[in-house]
Design a protein around this ligand. Sequence first.
Ligand code: NOJ
Ligand code: CA
Length: 671
Amino acid sequence: MIAIALGASLVPAVAHAQSVASATSPDGTVQVDVTIDGDGRAAYAITRKGKPVLAPSKLGFLFTDAVKIDRRLSVTGQETYDHDDSWTQPWGEWKSIRNNYRALKVHLKETTTLARGFTVNFRLYNDGVGFRYEFPDQPNLAQANIADELTEFSFASAGTAWWKPAFLWNREEYLYNKTPLSSVANADTPITIKFEDGTHVALHEAALVDYSGMAVARTEGNTLRAALHPGAGEPKVQKKGAWNTPWRTLIIADDAAGVYHSHLMLNLNEPNKLGDVSWIKPGKFAGVWWNMIKGEWSWARGPKHGATNANVKRYIDFAAENSIPHVLVEGWNVGWDGDWFGNGHDMDFAQPTDDFDVDMLVAYGKKKGVRLIGHHETGGAATHYENQFDKAFKFAADHNYMVVKTGYVTDAGQMEREDADGKQYREWHQGQWMVNHQIRVVQTAAKYKVGIDSHEPVKGTGLHRTYPNWVAREGMRGMEYNAWGGKNPPEHEANVVFTRMLEGPMDFTPGILSLKGERDSDILSTIAKQLALYVVIYSPVQMVADTPENYAKYPEAMKFIRDVPTDWEDTRVLNGEIGDFVTIARKERSGKNWYVGAVGDEEERNVTFNLNFLTPGKKYTAEIYRDGDDADYRTEKRHSIAIERRTLTSADSLNMRIAPGGGFAIRLVEG
Ligand code: NOJ
Ligand code: CA
């Protein structure tokens, strides 16, 4: 009885919350309200067009060695200011990015003797909100040992959520769940939610630096709470002096397309720190890869070794014939013999195997205009990798590699760290130490003018703005899962566009025109969909992932892969529903041509869209690669494709059929 009475006495305190600060986005669409209740608990709420998006949601921290911060807070001041400018992306989905927000900074302090103070810095955009905590250096929090954040996201409506589980052994490589928001478990961000009224919200973070990644855990009803990724032990995050969290971000839009169009995450990152990055040239890459993933070749030395002089030369020839500027080679270095999964101690990233004559191959490629992409598979031995950073990246630079692909193949929580004192730890892929490790990789690579494509990475939070040599990353179930059992279902890419793609460039490795995985198993796609992925999935370094022998069987479809660029001036999501279908139009950088790609799910459907993005008054030759009338991912007709030419203008609209498991790709050539 007493417990119930005590509990009950705490509830009305929330109702007594007083508004202490408020601001709207530049055009008034989005509003943030900060309140403090009778117990001194601070909360923030978000409305859009007057409708609640987040109900009052708590703020605060748990520490491992100090009393938590959540009650007995008071406001000591606040400021607002406006910002509006534009900046140019060296490469990207859009060339020019407008950064227009209103800032609201709310200064809070405990009324207790600890008197710990901090600022909540909100940036209100017309399409969402970012906010972060900022702590000044202070005697009662000189060292913050953070057990977790108490930051809540208390959604004001029921809805449907698309999310990937967090903290499981296979890192970020899980299929998306579609559940009621009220059934979300531990989820990684981005998590995308569709409210019952159709409003779409994507919850994520920006500028993840010297902190651990934020997952979320549902507390009750439609409320999620920040759940930080662990590290080797408690606390999850350690900070000294003045510090801040990454930005917690909520994109809010009328529909799925609106979520994709937001630049909020990029804008919340710091500008380019590398200066001239003209040495990064977006482009496609072929790779000594798919045969390894399928198990026909090996990374290790021996009779099945893939990275031999003869094979690499053949891939260079194929790349040159198809204007592909790079060839990825995996298994080129010493260290793969034996069991490398979770064990990268033998990996030497400056020591090629005897049957890989790097100087000869670099020279051979140079004659043909093709550069190699090196591969650094750490097997999770992160410190072992750091110990050879300079040697590894000097080797890459000396051999003219523009990009290195990294890998961290080990189970979650099994990353190896060894400190200078010889002590060993097991870290998590998205913990604070690994977040910092990944930035050290990118910084070191930049010193040598090398780009990074990270596999088994830390999720993307827009740091490619700050470090434009961080050209791509994996961080989801890519094409490789189609080589193995348990293939990606047809809806996968329509999920990925509105979830994982919100993190930025993705090394999905499209273009398996053979539609065959290991032991001749069928991939759940049509051939037209494989072409569509070059438009739908964005990466400045996009793989042409099948083998030269397989591409030779599909010369007509191959033309689209040869033509499609990997760098864009403008991007428009023309339509889409998460997990069902999406159509994206992109205009090539420094050119006049447009490309359209669409993917569906397991159902047959028609999509209609108009071409009003084209320049009015101009004629375009449309090269259309669509599912054949009998195409179907479930039958031998998955290779059925119709390739047509039409003349179109901005006044036209198209009605296109997408087969089950299908898609289409269109090249629109001006003039
Ligand atoms: C998994 C990566 O995703 C894949 O691309 C790579 O080939 C293997 N690990 C080996 O490093
Ligand atoms: Ca992987």
